[in-house]
Design a protein around this ligand. Sequence first.
Ligand SMILES: Nc1nc2c(ncn2[C@@H]2O[C@H](COP(=O)(O)O[C@H]3[C@@H](O)[C@H](n4cnc5c(=O)[nH]c(N)nc54)O[C@@H]3COP(=O)(O)O)[C@@H](O)[C@H]2O)c(=O)[nH]1
Length: 736
Amino acid sequence: MYMDISERKRGEDELRRFRTAMDCTDDAIFLLNCTSMRFVELNAAACRMLDYCREELLDMGPCDITAESSLEQMTALYEHLKANSGSSLSDEMALIRKDGSQVHVEFHQQALQSGGDWIIVAVVRDISERKEAAQRLQYQAHHDGLTGLPNRTLFYDTLTRTLQQATEHGWTLAVLFLDLDNFKAVNDTLGHGVGDDLLVQFAHRLLGCVRARDTVGRLGGDEFGVILVTQDEQNDAAAVACKIREVLRTPFVLGQHELHVTASIGITMHPLDASQPDELIKYADTAMYRAKHAGRDTFRFFTAQMNVEVLARLELEKALRRAFENGEFVLHYQPKVALDSGSVAGVEALLRWERPGHGLVAPDLFIGSLEDTGLILKVGSWIIDQACRQVGQWLLSSVGRLQVSVNVAGRQLAEGDINADFVAALARHGVPPELLEVELTESSLMANTDRTIRTLRDLKRLGVHISIDDFGTGYSSLAYLRRFPIDKLKIDIAFIREVTSNPDDAAIVQAIVGMAHSLKLEVIAEGVETAAQLAFLKRHRCDQVQGYFFSRPLALPALESLLLKDRQMPLPAAPTPPHRKTLLLVDDEANVLSSLRRLLRDDGYHILCAGSAAEGFDLLAQHSVQVIVCDQRMPDMNGTEFFGRVKEMYQDSIRIILSGYADLDSVIKAVNKGAIYRFYTKPWDDAVLRADLCEAFRQHSLLHDAEPDHGNCACPASDYQTGSVAQLAQADGPPG
Ligand SMILES: Nc1nc2c(ncn2[C@@H]2O[C@H](COP(=O)(O)O[C@H]3[C@@H](O)[C@H](n4cnc5c(=O)[nH]c(N)nc54)O[C@@H]3COP(=O)(O)O)[C@@H](O)[C@H]2O)c(=O)[nH]1
């Protein structure tokens, strides 16, 4: 039996001719069945392009070789081509080779109907070289061919973009303009080849001075630009400028030449100096010229004030580095006094700098710089060692046991190892740990909490005492502070200054003492300067005080002579016993005070006189006063304001205004607030005033004494009926 196979042979011949024709082109050709989404035919160029063999590709679909499109996107595209059969679609995309690498292609696709099926014919051309060439051109147009840095055009574009972001996010930017000093001489004497090498090496060093997000560009010749996103405005910019100067200290090796090169740097700030890119670059250029005129190898800000500030800071930092090496730091000591006994309970070590040509410099002027530069780590360790050494020497001398507290700065706590410092110093000087105390501010505790807790627990285990300095200013609650193993709170000086006259401060101090004691913590008050503050603090059970009232911080010899003379400090006399009837008269006119004193001298009162409201507050802090008579018009504070405060701080007192004129408004307000018990106008009626004072003391005694006074007043009108002498009387009886 014979079969006619001529038809089949013709078909095979056609297919062979078709494949041969397809293989003749360098473009890859893919035929895809739209229903199966599989390739049904492809040419040798397709296999070469993607590095697959024909059989592998015939087992794959378009999604297996494209980097960017999903099946849904492909299907949608093919539906579009089917609907527009006859028209073709061209685009560029990336295909994935067998090894995962990508090849950039340009393709033309068309949909053809074949029987019941739709076939997509894709002709694909490798355009990698063209793309790379375009990219190369683009790069060359924006980069400096010698150093590879962004050129002026790209630097400008980058600055424009960064300025937009800075405006959106409220950042500050610094633009640095750098020019190599004497570069022309290098070119002229050593040749341009050496000059080029120098520029390349300089560019590398420059890149090492900035963070990844900053931009370094070559603006032309030996001029370079830097864009910095700053956090601390001029300090960041100055720090980078210093770093650049520092990296230039190492000589450049150029062939057989070794060159010392410096740069002049100008700095502008956005938004301070300008907000437009060309202005910022121009001003930085101007500032760079100022740096050149200042002698080269330096930097200048465009704004003169910044130069003053930054240069002064840098000068200070340089001097501080020398100070440590030259042993210019010393410790002074300020006594802390126990309020139950009056004895010196310990001393605080306070850093001082004996700066040549400047005398003794207070720490407020340099502690910040020690922290900024990180020098505080070395100086802080030295302070701990010095304090332990001193305690050890005292133990061996007639001074004997004395606790020393040491301030520890935030950065020291966060980055140093104060525990190791104490372990080493205590051992070195043979000192019992309980004779050392650390003072830490609330704010330094708030940062880096976990590490701080570990450090403080270690210190506590060691036996060193822990005190919170400047307490009350750090917005932390006592509940928060309980996480730290604290022994003592030091109330900030801000609350002590007006503690005797400001009801808020008085209330805060009382609350701190009360809460601290309930948590078994000791309390010390700092900045105590007056007997009144001292009396107030003693009365409100503060444990210790420190301040100029007893002693300023002293150099070692002065402290030792104080300690050896008498460790007992004079405490204020005990307040007037409450059973004595104490009357406070407050008037700025001395003759009024002496008339009143004369009038009342036989009535059995302990009379205190104050010439101002301020003196009145001081006397109130130091005595138990039951009745106060105050003038209304006084220069420092009027009577009603005075009594408004007194009412909050000494609620039991009975308060009487004696006025030469009637400012009825404020008096009525004060009466209604319960701040005033009686109001008299001058001249007063002697008998009435005496009788009323007598009654006021009686009322006070009735309300507040365990054993009320039943009338031992010497006043002739002691049986006088209350109320009848008052021009104005408060509505709801005596305050209390
Ligand atoms: N990290 C470190 N900080 C230290 C160190 N030594 C000091 N300091 C801190 O510097 C700040 C200023 O200290 P100083 O100039 O020594 O002032 C202290 C006292 O002189 C001052 N003081 C004391 N009594 C009074 C007073 O009655 N009135 C008044 N106006 N000032 C007074 O207070 C300062 C002590 O403060 P404190 O530490 O909070 O107890 C200061 O913040 C120091 O902490 C150090 O070695 N390391």
